[in-house]
Design a protein. Structure first.
Length: 432
């Protein structure tokens, strides 16, 4: 085997460690180490001398440990056997990583299992050449980026999975929201991976997570996105899931021929659907039944018992009952329907005679027509619906507390105050 005169490496920068193929060296040979490289001498599996960048002549001054160990005769051009490894010390910042298969994670906000894929890149630098060669490279002749990624694949996948799951649980972040926290998550993973790689003489320069995605065709993801879209729709319109189910039930009952012929019951259901009642169905039916049973009866002002009309005294407590005619007084817990004049309990939602909804004055309880601004009985100003979102607004308000819209605006031409939803002034026709 020929004795080598020049020892150097000029391969691609993606190689982290390369072993010079010939172990038969000679004293006075030239060892060329490029910038950002180190050359490490091995003998019998033991790392001895480390030489930095520059041109080195193999002599006692450059390889003292090797010569002292083997008593090499440097008086002439003598051969000796040793392994020479070249280690790349540059920063490699474009090492790609990714999850080959989705990671099953439980969404902490909705409790469903969602498959997650993630990928990114990281950068490293060989910090300790001897430790890197001894603990990681071993006997392979070339150690490049692909080999490094394969060696550390289990490490970063495990850390990414644990960090991602822990971050979602502790921060209460949904899987579909995690992309807003990629920088924090990447720093968290880097802090966990860095000390492990340092044990192999590798410095982790940076670690990036470019994306965390979920398969669009996964059934759990499709269901979750549909539910979120429905929730957003309900938030915009201004109702919740229970109210939606009540609307569906009322609409079905009101449009059913079998239930739509029940007089007051049908009227109550129809009006209830139109008004968007959100209370439970059982409470509504109970109130309607109570109103029906109260028709033709008078409530005792003493014990509150319902007594058939025409009697002068309560059979339960003996107190006088309100009588028909000019001397009849309205019981404090009853009210007169503003449409038909029928007396009914204030706990009712509809008039038992005509089905008109009970619209009470918040001050005195008088039944008022829809849209009344001032109670004719006590003079109290009533909340008015916002022209933009329909929510009740306290009297005197200039802006809706629910949607923030202006309740009135002044015409720039005639100066009259107009409702906030108006587009044209009804007085002069100017566009508002």
């Amino acid at each position: 085997m020929a004795i080598i005169d020049v020892v150097k490496y000029s391969g691609p920068n993606s190689v982290f460690a390369w072993k010079f193929p010939n172990e038969e060296l000679a004293t006075w040979s030239q060892l060329v180490v490029n910038e950002s490289q180190e050359a490490v001498f091995f003998k019998g599996g033991q790392a001895l001398d480390v030489l930095g960048p520059g041109r080195h002549t193999l002599e006692t001054a450059n390889i003292p440990l090797l010569s002292a160990l083997f008593k090499l005769p440097f008086g002439g051009r003598s051969p000796f056997a040793a392994e020479v490894w070249f280690v790349n010390k540059t920063n490699s910042l474009d090492i790609k990583w990714g999850t080959p298969s989705p990671i099953q994670l439980q969404d902490p906000k909705f409790g469903i299992m969602v498959p997650v894929r993630t990928f990114g890149q990281f950068g490293i630098r060989i910090d300790n050449s001897s430790k890197f060669l001894i603990k990681l490279v071993g006997t392979v002749p070339v150690f490049d980026q692909e080999t490094l990624t394969r060696y550390f694949k289990g490490l970063y996948l495990n850390k990414v999975k644990d960090s991602l799951a822990g971050y979602l649980v502790h921060k209460k972040i949904g899987v579909l929201e995690i992309n807003a926290y990629l920088e924090e998550l990447a720093d968290h993973v880097k802090d966990r991976v860095k000390p492990v790689m340092a044990e192999y003489g590798i410095e982790l320069v940076n670690f990036y997570i470019n994306d965390v995605s979920v398969p669009e065709n996964d059934p759990a993801v499709v269901q979750l996105k549909a539910a979120l879209a429905k929730k957003a729709e309900m938030d915009i319109i201004g109702y919740n899931y229970q109210q939606e189910r009540t609307f569906d039930t009322l609409e079905g009952a009101a449009t059913n021929p079998g239930s739509g012929q029940a007089g007051v019951m049908g009227a109550g259901l129809g009006l209830g659907m139109g008004l968007g009642l959100g209370g439970p169905m059982g409470a509504q039916f109970g109130g309607m039944a109570q109103n029906l049973s109260a028709a033709g009866s008078v409530r005792c002002p003493g014990c509150q018992a319902m007594v058939p009309e025409g009697r002068r005294f309560c059979p339960d407590c003996g107190k006088p009952l309100p009588q028909a005619g000019g001397g009849r007084q309205q019981a404090p817990d009853t009210v007169k329907c503003d449409k038909c004049g029928t007396m009914f309990a204030k706990t009712s939602q509809f008039c038992p005679n005509c089905g008109d909804p009970y619209n009470p004055c918040p001050s005195c309880g008088e039944d008022l027509p829809q849209g009344t601004a001032v109670c004719p009985k006590c003079g109290a100003k009533l909340p008015q619906p916002c022209p933009l979102c329909g929510q009740k607004v306290p009297p005197g308000s200039k802006f809706c507390p629910s949607c923030g819209g202006a309740l009135t605006k002044k015409c720039p031409s005639c100066g009259l105050e107009q409702p906030g939803a108006s587009q044209f002034c009804p007085s002069c026709g100017t566009r508002l």
